[in-house]
Design a protein around this ligand. Structure first.
Ligand SMILES: [Ca+2]
Ligand SMILES: [Ca+2]
Ligand SMILES: [Ca+2]
Ligand SMILES: [Ca+2]
Length: 308
């Protein structure tokens, strides 16, 4: 009885060679394993349960395999936030998907895409209608390469900051352009705003276009549509509860008929200006513009749409 138990225990604890171990010299393996040549080496694998590659991995371990860097940017795939785009590793929303390959770079929880177009709901201005695409994004962690950067604009603490006490409007203009219906969006904070000052986002060229922003007019903070070419206010809506240092989301919407709407959301309140007709070229550069203001923009996000 005692020896029978010992025999059973011995059977239970008999060491079996792990899958992936080298074959014996005569290409034999422990019972239940078969000898295969994998990567130039003869290894014992479980028939039909392990792929040859997995068997080798099991034996050599992941650490022993040469690191893979698909895009050749010096960051191995396991640490690369965009393994197929050789780009910097900036990640605006911190979801471990780099800005360059994030379908919605400003929202971590962006897996829902109701209409199945190119934009998850959190970035989609029309989440129930397909036809929206991300056209441009910059998180302002550095000065955007090839952009036109006017005086007064600087980049620090993951934001574009504009600081100027007076003078003429100063521009920050994207290198690329968008055509047709487009939406330009930012989140900004205004720290100081002079009586003749303002900060906005828009579409135009480095020295022209139309902007949607926050400004003081008639002594009151306003949501303002401003004609950069003609230097005139086109439409405005008072923001009586405007607070300095409070985050504000700004949206400029330009539809296919070149009508422009300006929207702001701050706290629980949203504001909209009247639409105005814009008579500019079809292809325009997204931009930001400031005058006599101290403000910081977290990002510039531009989408194009066929939904309007
Ligand atoms: Ca890489
Ligand atoms: Ca991200
Ligand atoms: Ca969508
Ligand atoms: Ca959509």
């Amino acid at each position: 009885m005692r020896s029978w138990v010992l025999l059973v225990l011995a059977g239970c604890y008999a060491p079996t060679a792990p899958a992936g171990a080298p074959c014996a010299d005569n290409r034999t393996c422990p019972e239940g394993l078969v000898c295969e040549t994998v990567g130039g080496a003869d290894v014992c694998i479980l028939p039909g349960t392990l792929t040859p590659d997995a068997a080798v991995d099991a034996w050599y371990g992941d650490e022993m395999l040469p690191p893979v860097d698909r895009d050749g940017d010096g960051v191995t795939d396991d640490a690369d936030l965009c393994p197929d785009i050789a780009d910097d590793q900036h990640d605006e929303d911190g979801d471990r998907i780099g800005d360059a390959c994030d379908p919605c770079p400003i929202a971590k929880q962006s897996t829902v895409n109701t209409d199945g177009d190119g934009l998850p709901d959190n970035c989609d201005p029309f989440p129930m209608m397909d036809g929206d695409e991300l056209a441009l994004f910059h998180g302002f962690h550095v000065s955007p390469p090839s952009w036109f950067v006017g005086s007064g604009w600087s980049f620090a603490q993951d934001a574009a900051t504009f600081s100027q006490e007076g003078g003429t409007p100063r521009f920050l203009t994207a290198a690329g352009s968008v055509a047709g219906a487009a939406i330009v969006m930012t989140q900004l904070t205004v720290n100081a705003l002079a009586m003749d000052g303002g900060i906005g986002i828009g579409l135009g060229t480095p020295q022209s276009g139309i902007s949607c922003g926050l400004a003081i007019r008639n002594g009151v903070p306003q949501l303002l549509l401003y004609d950069i070419d003609a230097l005139v206010d086109r439409a405005m809506t008072a923001i009586p509860e405007f607070e300095l240092d409070a985050p504000c989301v700004l949206l400029l919407v330009r539809d296919e008929k070149q009508e422009v709407t300006c929207m702001a959301a701050t706290g629980m309140d949203t504001y909209t200006t009247m639409q105005v007709s814009d008579s500019q070229p079809d292809a325009l550069q997204p931009l930001a513009v400031g005058r006599a203001v101290e403000a910081s923009l977290l990002y510039l996000l531009v989408t194009t749409t066929t939904s309007m």
